[in-house]
Design a protein around this ligand. Sequence first.
Ligand code: FMN
Length: 330
Amino acid sequence: MGLKPWLWLSPSLAHKISPAALNSLTLFSKARRTPPQWRSWDWRGLHFPNRLGLAGGVDKDAQNVEAWWALGAGFLEVGTITPKPQPGNPPPVVDRNVSKEALWNRLGFPSHGVKKVKQRLLKLKRPFAAPVFANIGKNAATSLDDADGDYIELLRELEGTVDGFVINISSPNTKGLRELLKPDRLRAFLTPILEARPKSGAPVLLKLSPDLEDNELAAVLDISIDLNIDGWVLTNTSQGLREGLDFPVDGGVSGRPLTSRSLELLKRTVALLGPRRENRAVISVGGVMSAEDVAARLAAGADLVQVYSALIFEGPYFFRKVGKEAARWQ
Ligand SMILES: Cc1cc2nc3c(=O)[nH]c(=O)nc-3n(C[C@H](O)[C@H](O)[C@H](O)COP(=O)(O)O)c2cc1C
């Protein structure tokens, strides 16, 4: 496994100190601020210097955007951002199994709140080195019936400060949230949100759960195409996949145990979409742990790929490592 000092820290401590550590890392990377270019992609007026980006939840409050650019991310999803600040769930909230490359969390959207995050985003130098999407979620105190209001507020508040949005109703850690992804609720929930979409044309994507049944996935795709969604991010963490792992039954599992399910869902999604995909983006995330995994997702039809767990087990230089490998694919 090599020398990976961050794995000596307890998971919760590593979680707390990472924002500060990352910003000091950037001090040494300033000269290499531009993300590596490989298989660059232009979509909806956005330029992605490469196909591998940062998944939701790593930089929840947009504290390290420039560090991630410097470390080579081809795009970022900051958040989940909630309208009001909130602390998230009480500890324990993160754990890991190093030999299985598995992570577990039940963080529940700890957020500095949209006003604070917006201030940070406004301070970033433009043009951005790589696109920044905002992953948005409801406050824990907002009822499911009123949830659309939270998402509309977030879209309005952040319009013009980010390049696109990801609607997160697939986290297992906010009570009842995944109910909104159920076909019988999804249309009513999404309709007012997509009617409030930014006039700038910034794309709005939907993040999916890996625990959707086949018929649910088909229905979610049908409904979201009908409402003219701009793409999908799949998948979030799983409420299953505990085999051989000593994690609590609540919360979500990510990393290696998620690899095959996430790839399977990508393949099924690409097949179900067929020509209806048109100009919509498909972003694959979940158990991408190596350059080979990145290549497999692109070969299966993903436009873009994201990682979270790989950064814990492989470290923050993962983006550049994959970039070096990718140079050999072309
Ligand atoms: C500690 C932790 C926190 C996360 N927080 C969020 C979040 O706030 N919003 C979100 O959409 N996804 C969140 N995720 C899910 C990741 O974005 C990703 O979908 C999932 O971990 C699968 O990718 P991976 O196997 O590369 O980790 C989180 C994952 C972890 C491990």
